[in-house]
Design a binder for this molecule. Structure first.
Ligand code: NAD
Ligand code: UD1
Length: 336
């Protein structure tokens, strides 16, 4: 079985590539390296001891995609490629709509042209907006507050329409909660460019001395300690969910949406204290005002994925902290 991995040089795509190779799949990776480094590809080869083709193509370049599909017989596509920074998406919305939506439409068009109709798509819990209650299941109402989130919701809707128009497609939409952690080897991980937007990479950069202190965005939420609560999930668990989804597509027709989360929420202060415990590093922090657009509490009901895909997250917060730290310690400047 040959799987095309789009965005395979990125944080989640590189971990998915390792998992696919280790489970015996052949892969071909395409990435324009707009938010990643070629080194991650080399390290996936090093970890797995397996070689695979990599193409530095942009999904916006339809002719290159056609060439690619003409050269391989893909069985399915895992589609990670996309821009993902919420703040940036507010600054440059047209780039986000063009890249994420046109990129996905190009991909689906070329898949259609070559009769490849199995797709695993990376969506986000951001499509639930500010939910009325937790845990969040897949039937909750959807709403978004920023262009990035809107691209995810629009793509979900496009995929639903695509399936309605041609029921030979087999599609899984995976809504990720908060992926953190890294491969246990410490050779691949999240390598944000510039100041990290997300909590865990910020914490690891404070721990290694690249940043002075963490700003905790708000302690007046209706949560047990007032700070934001999220469903952190180890990236290796997350990508295992993709392999379960792939297997599901082999056996089932249709389009299905799944939450990929652990079902447990932790606060910002929980993350800081667990991280400090694992690494024996103090994380200096100050409480500041809420970040615009943030919500108080968000965690998954992951039962659908367990029941239908037979997948469940296994790794706990300690392992997530340990692996995030190992990656940061071994690679103080990420891949750069
Ligand atoms: P990432 O930025 O590390 O990886 C995305 C990859 O896609 C990058 O390597 C980038 O260079 C590539 N890319 C972007 N646009 C492209 C294009 N037009 N053509 C070819 N390659 C392109 O991000 P990630 O954290 O690995 O996320 C992967 C996917 O999961 C994204 O779609 C993201 O929106 C989604 N997601 C991520 C999170 C998260 O917290 N990391 C949460 C929910 C959903
Ligand atoms: C982010 C994305 C969201 C995406 C989700 C899952 C933003 C604004 N939103 O949200 O679209 O779906 O990841 O990947 O990027 N925090 C601090 N200090 C910091 C950073 C974060 O206190 O320096 C807090 C936040 O307020 C939040 C928690 O830490 O309570 C987690 O933040 P973050 O890692 O950015 O994830 P999300 O807010 O869930």
């Amino acid at each position: 079985m040959t799987i095309l991995v789009t965005g395979g040089a990125g944080f989640i795509g590189s971990h998915a590539s390792v998992e696919l190779l280790e489970k015996g799949y052949d892969i071909v990776v395409v990435d324009n390296l707009s938010n990643s480094e070629i080194d991650s590809i080399n390290r996936v080869k090093e970890i797995t001891g397996k070689d695979f083709p990599f193409y530095q193509y942009d999904l916006l370049d339809y002719e290159s995609l056609k060439k690619l599909f003409a050269s391989y017989n893909f069985d399915a596509v895992m589609h990670f490629a996309g821009l993902k920074a919420v703040g940036e998406s507010v600054e440059i919305p047209l780039e986000y709509y063009h890249n994420n939506i046109t990129g996905t439409i190009n991909l689906c068009n070329v898949m259609k042209e070559f009769g490849v109709k199995k797709l695993v798509f990376s969506s986000s819990a951001t499509v639930y907006g500010n939910p009325d209650q937790v845990p969040i299941d897949e039937t909750f109402p959807l709403s978004v507050t920023n262009p990035y989130g809107r691209t995810k919701l629009m793509i979900e809707e496009i995929l639903q329409d695509l399936y309605k128009s041609d029921q030979s497609w087999r599609i899984t939409i995976l809504r990720y909660f908060n992926p953190i952690g890294a491969h246990e080897s410490g050779r691949i991980g999240e390598s944000p460019k510039g100041i990290p937007n997300n909590l865990m990479p910020y914490i690891t950069q404070v721990a290694i001395g690249k940043r002075k202190k963490l700003q905790v965005f708000g302690n007046d939420y209706e949560t047990y300690d007032g700070t934001g609560v999220r469903d952190y999930i180890h990236v290796v668990d997350l990508v295992k969910g993709h392999l379960s989804a792939l297997q599901y597509l082999d056996e089932h027709e249709g389009i299905e949406t799944f939450n990929l989360g652990t079902g447990t929420g932790y606060s910002v202060l929980d993350l800081i204290s667990n991280f400090s415990e694992v690494t024996t590093k103090e994380i200096p922090y100050e409480i500041v005002g809420r970040r615009s657009g943030d919500i108080g509490i968000c965690y998954a009901n992951p039962e659908k994925a367990e029941k239908i895909l037979g997948w469940r997250a296994e790794k706990d917060l300690i392992e997530m902290c340990k692996d995030s730290w190992k990656w940061q310690l071994n690679n103080p400047n990420g891949y750069q």
